[in-house]
Design a protein around this ligand. Structure first.
Ligand code: BEZ
Length: 237
């Protein structure tokens, strides 16, 4: 199997998330339809009962309330079967203590994908890494079912879940305030205003005539948005 060709598609940012129905640890799922109106992170892991994946699930489940505050639901997937998923999540809850986390209950759905149909539709099977396991993929999908960000990690590398939280915050803030967010942006940091559409506006900005806007050059202008204003716009929205 490792040497066979696997046909997979690669979804793209800005496109509708591929639709599917599947079985999960929380019952049937109709994706992304049943998440309309919420943000959702669909993520894959290579295999149940493996250490990196276990550390990831414990971390994600512990952070779930913070994603919930952002109206962002979590949905996991691997190409294992439902009973493996159930047994693994039970083991995590009953037996694993790690980095101060214990008794961790994974409440978000974990999709069984033994046919690999969903994994292939989302480009999670990457044969250079493995033909038989999903890589660690992350799709951030908006309330209209549009893919807004994608990140892929190899099998050996556990994800940074603070970064995923930051990514959802940044996407929501960019939508709410019609701005972009600079490197390492966190709520309360300055945001980037859209580049001026005319020389006149660019000049006014450079001359300091646009209230609250600071320019590093004509194409790179920032403004402050208070942390409280950002959180008010993105939390429980
Ligand atoms: C892990 O989660 O530890 C793992 C899974 C598949 C390949 C390598 C590591």
């Amino acid at each position: 199997m490792e040497n066979q060709t696997v046909t997979t598609t690669l979804p793209r940012i800005g496109e509708k998330a591929p639709a599917f129905k599947a079985v999960t640890t929380q019952g049937p799922i109709d994706f992304p339809k049943q998440y309309e109106g919420s943000w959702v992170i669909l993520f894959s892991h290579p295999a149940d009962f493996t250490p990196v994946c276990t550390s990831e699930f414990m971390t994600f489940a512990t952070l779930e309330p913070k994603f919930d505050e952002l109206n962002c639901k979590l949905v996991g997937l691997s190409v294992d079967g439902l009973y493996s998923h159930i047994a693994w999540l039970r083991t995590i809850k009953e037996k694993i203590a790690y980095k101060g986390m214990k008794d961790v209950e994974v409440k978000f759905p974990l999709i069984e994908d033994i046919t690999m149909d969903v994994a292939k539709a989302y480009g999670m099977i990457q044969p250079g890494e493995s033909n038989t396991k999903a890589v660690r993929a992350v799709f951030i999908i908006d309330p209209k079912g549009i893919i807004r960000a994608m990140i892929y990690y190899p099998l050996s590398m556990g994800r940074n879940f603070d970064e995923l939280l930051r990514a959802v915050q940044a996407l929501k803030a960019a939508d709410e305030f019609s701005v972009a967010t600079p490197a390492d942006w966190r709520p309360g940091d300055d945001v980037i205003v859209p580049t001026a559409g005319s020389c006149g506006v660019a000049k006014d900005r450079m001359d300091g005539k646009e209230a609250g806007v600071t320019c590093h050059d004509w194409f790179f202008c920032t403004k402050k948005i208070d942390k409280d204003a950002v959180l008010k716009a993105i939390v429980r929205k």
